[in-house]
Design a protein. Sequence first.
Length: 141
Amino acid sequence: MGDAGELPRGPGGLRVAHPPFIDREAEFVFVDDPAQVPIGVTPFDMPGAQLSHRGHDCSFETFLRHYQLDDPVLWRIAEIVHEADLDDERFDAPEAPGLDVLIRGLSMTRDDDRLLELTGPLLDGLYEYVRRATLLGHEPA
């Protein structure tokens, strides 16, 4: 849940971790107001949500902590997502501005459901790139 226009919070960031590690059948519902969240739905990246910004963490980091995901690839992606979202220079993530521009641009031309569909393969590719870089100890060719 969340505003797809704010990268890569909500749909894009969640796509990386949610289906493969938590629930392959996950569905997304987009609402403009937290009061519109249906009963039984877990709000994400919106005011008052348990899975939102906490302290210095972006929503994606909060999500990983909440579900106790310790995959180092996801945590490296969390650093990239953090910098794309907060741009506070907490992490060295030179990929962040590019990810930010890509997803913000898509959010300007597509609705939330289409944005979710398009960012899935993009973030799957980022996961695979980071996974290979982690295994190799350097950027993959």
